[in-house]
Write a protein that binds this ligand. Sequence first.
Ligand code: SME
Length: 158
Amino acid sequence: MTSDTRAETYDRLREEIFSVVSGETYLPARLATTACLLSEAFSPRFFWTGFYVVDPDKPEELVVGPYVGTLGCLRIPFGKGVCGACAASGEPQLVEDVHAFPGHIACDSRSNSEIVLPVRWPDGRLAAVLDVDSTDYAAFDTVDQAGLEAICDQLLSV
Ligand code: SME
């Protein structure tokens, strides 16, 4: 897939996701729909596609949410691994080689690269992180980051 085709796929997916979830107020339904459509569109490059949600009872801890992929770890403290780094900093993480990332959590040893982005409530608080893993090294680039960011930025406000 060329970069242009991927950017177009992200645009189409964004419209599709928002048309399906429009009016849906149950968070897991929005997240599950997004994980499903992203995973289907980019299989097999997207080996694990899903969300870690901020635990309302433990605000410094992520708990696994809807995902498509092999068994994921249940809980990740803020600051730990790639997802925890995204949650703690609020910044996207684009990691070409997860084995070189300090504190990386290897839920599945087949994952070699990863992209993680924040998902925020309309008031700006962190709701979850979107985590996508690939078995390829350096599978994700700025086209993926921009496409996924556009989806995450609007996911809880449309
Ligand atoms: N690799 C992640 C943990 C989550 S799994 O890959 C599903 C991390 O270090 O944050």
